[in-house]
Design a protein around this ligand. Structure first.
Ligand code: PMP
Length: 422
């Protein structure tokens, strides 16, 4: 597969050689690493990508979930042109940030006040610092297999996220063990930081009872419950917290909410967030030259207001769940012991006849299956992320989704025999 991949992409190969001379490994974004070299994207239209060798792909890499809108959404493009014409570096509050903040506060149950930043990483760092300040404590509970699980994030060594904090690692979706761990650390926990569906371990949705337990135990322990909805915010107008009806104390956001531009935000209960009011004595500082950059504010606002309305969000979740069930029914019909986990527009393939609900239930060889399917699907004209995540985007109509299911099924059928022990 690798040899065929390389042979078809001489331009990308040349580009990589040039990149290696100036960027470590030719890379400025670890998750885009691909051996022998990544294909370089020339451009995108709606739900399609084209690389510099002229090869086109259905785009299920979806910019790791930030690409919810697809490429060139007219409402967003128009808003960006208008913003661009008004000047970019305005040195003051602009007319986009308040309506945007109003929409976010109206939609996300936990967010009474919000602050913008430039990435999901920043949002998490600030949420953690806010929780430490609000509680006077230092420890943060995170979950194995989650984005915040450090070593597991990319399987490529510790993430810088892990550096400055005092972590307690707990087990996602394991209710009794996690309850006990929270109670053990009750007096020292500043925050419990959790994705309501963990991504890195292969998109495993939280059990409702697990998230309810976290809510109760966080309150009991006096810890701030932070939902990282950087990715899951696209699963409903009000994120997964809206779908589950569980309201954390704080929420971190990013990805699609910037309309495709750099974006992060953190928010929560007013009395926690008001610590950032600069008029207050001892206020927490949160500077950031581009926190309210006009392009992200204008693009994000247009996306939420004009495209991803609550009705569209609900309909999209339903359509995508139907896609996932259909895909799994197809695997079952063909006797392929593979299932797509996840929810709505975010999916991962797992070995086994059922989707895992805990990290312990995942088959470590699923990582191999996903890498193989990724390369196989590329040759069939479908791009996933290199680690095999699958994202659906708003421009994908039914025939397109059917084609995606067909390619995934063909790729799984081809590659399953090459997974060790299968
Ligand atoms: N949280 C989660 C759950 C993520 O998946 C990511 C990135 N994939 C981040 C935070 C960081 O967001 P960003 O890439 O915008 O820094």
């Amino acid at each position: 597969l690798r040899a065929a991949y390389a042979a078809r992409r001489p331009e990308s190969h040349r580009h990589h050689e040039r990149a290696r001379a100036v960027m470590p490994g030719g890379n400025t974004r670890s998750v885009l690493h691909l051996s022998p070299f990544p294909f370089v994207i020339a451009g995108g239209k709606a739900d399609t990508l084209t690389d510099i060798d002229g090869i086109s792909y259905i785009d299920c890499a979806g910019e790791f979930s930030a690409g919810l809108y697809g490429h060139d959404t007219p409402e967003i493009t128009a808003a960006l042109h208008e913003a661009l014409a008004g000047g970019l570096v305005l040195s003051g509050p602009n007319r986009y940030e308040v309506p945007f903040a109003e929409l976010i506060c109206a939609r996300f149950a936990s967010v009474e006040r919000v602050r913008f930043c430039n990435s999901g990483t920043e949002a998490n760092l600030f949420a953690i610092q806010t929780a430490r300040n609000a509680t006077g404590r230092d420890r943060i509970m995170v979950f194995e297999g989650a984005y915040h699980g450090g070593v597991l994030t990319f399987g490529q060594g510790p993430s810088p996220m892990a550096a400055p904090f005092d972590w307690v690692m707990a087990r996602f979706n394991e209710i009794d063990a996690t309850r006990a761990a929270i109670r053990d650390h009750a007096g020292e926990l500043a925050a419990i930081l959790v994705e309501p569906m963990i991504g890195a371990a292969g998109n495993i949705p939280g059990r409702a009872a697990f998230l309810d337990m976290l809510r109760q135990e966080a309150s009991r322990a006096g810890a701030i419950l932070i939902f990282d909805e950087v990715k899951t915010s696209r699963l409903g107008a009000g994120g997964l917290q809206g779908e589950y009806g569980v309201t954390p104390d704080m929420t971190t956001l990013g990805k699609y909410l910037g309309g495709g531009l750099p974006f992060g935000a953190f928010g929560g209960r007013a009395e926690v967030m008001e610590r950032f009011d600069p008029a207050r004595p001892g206020a927490l500082a949160h500077a950031g030259t581009f926190n309210n950059n006009v392009m992200s504010m204008a693009g994000g606002l247009a996306g939420l207001r004009d495209v991803f309305t609550p009705a569209r969000a609900a309909q999209f979740l339903q359509e995508c769940e139907a896609f996932r069930h259909g895909l799994n029914a197809g695997f079952a019909r063909e006797g392929l012991e593979v299932r797509a986990s996840g929810m709505g527009s975010i999916l991962s393939l797992h070995l086994g006849a059922e989707s895992p609900e805990t990290l312990a239930q995942t088959d470590p060889r699923s990582v191999i299956l996903r890498r193989l399917v990724h390369l196989n699907a590329l040759e069939r004209g479908l791009a996933l992320t290199p680690r095999g995540d699958i994202y659906l985007s708003l421009p994908m109509e039914v025939p397109r989704r059917e084609r995606i299911a067909e390619i995934l099924t063909d790729a799984v059928r081809d590659e399953l025999p090459f997974v060790p022990g299968r």
